[in-house]
Design a protein around this ligand. Sequence first.
Ligand code: DX5
Ligand code: ZN
Length: 230
Amino acid sequence: MVKSIISPSILASDFANLGCSCKRVVDTGDVDWLHLDVMDGHFVPNISFGAPIIESLRKQFPKNSDKPIVFDCHMMVSDPEQWIEDIAKAGGDSYTFHFEATKDPASVIAKIKKHGLKAAMGIKPNTSIEEVYPYADDLDMVLVMTVEPGFGGQKFMQDMMPKVEKLRAKYPHLNIQVDGGLGKDTVKPSAEAGANVIVAGTSVFKAENPKEVTEFLKKTVDESILARSK
Ligand code: DX5
Ligand code: ZN
């Protein structure tokens, strides 16, 4: 059975106070992962941060702590093979590349695993879910984007839910992540469609009370997982 995972996206954090900003959401106790959006200004029309920031943040959340936080690296970059080694050295745990960014997903997956990272593949809204199937058995997670990648704070695309439903029906044990516009209003359709990994930037980092939001997100996903198991 899959587990509910809440992965707040640091794109919505206060970058000048990144460590404190992240501790505030991790301290809710509902957060096992942090979602790190790396953008190269080429695959997407925005630039965010890269391995040096991830390495600094890792020092605030050591891998050998009692409750290690998974660094979920969402690589919105062209030529995804290029950054695997740097992200592994910086302390990343999971490496999500985009199907649209490579001609050879299988070799990207192999290289990610060779560097000891979990391998995940993401698809943009215009990419069909069928593209994922040939690789799904080799993946630790599939990311179904619910906005066009590049910016936080966009509107959730409900019409992506049939993709999640199809994938969940075929792969009951796969981690399925949704990313973009997730919050208290949109988590239910995502969870009911079968997503178990919820990325949430604005709704968590900009909340007055992040605990209230993370708890709601986690509870909603847990309820759907339970309902599916019956
Ligand atoms: C968008 C990023 C998302 C983004 C989500 O390209 O991949 O992770 O930070 O932000 P919200 O939750 O604000 O839509
Ligand atoms: Zn993301």
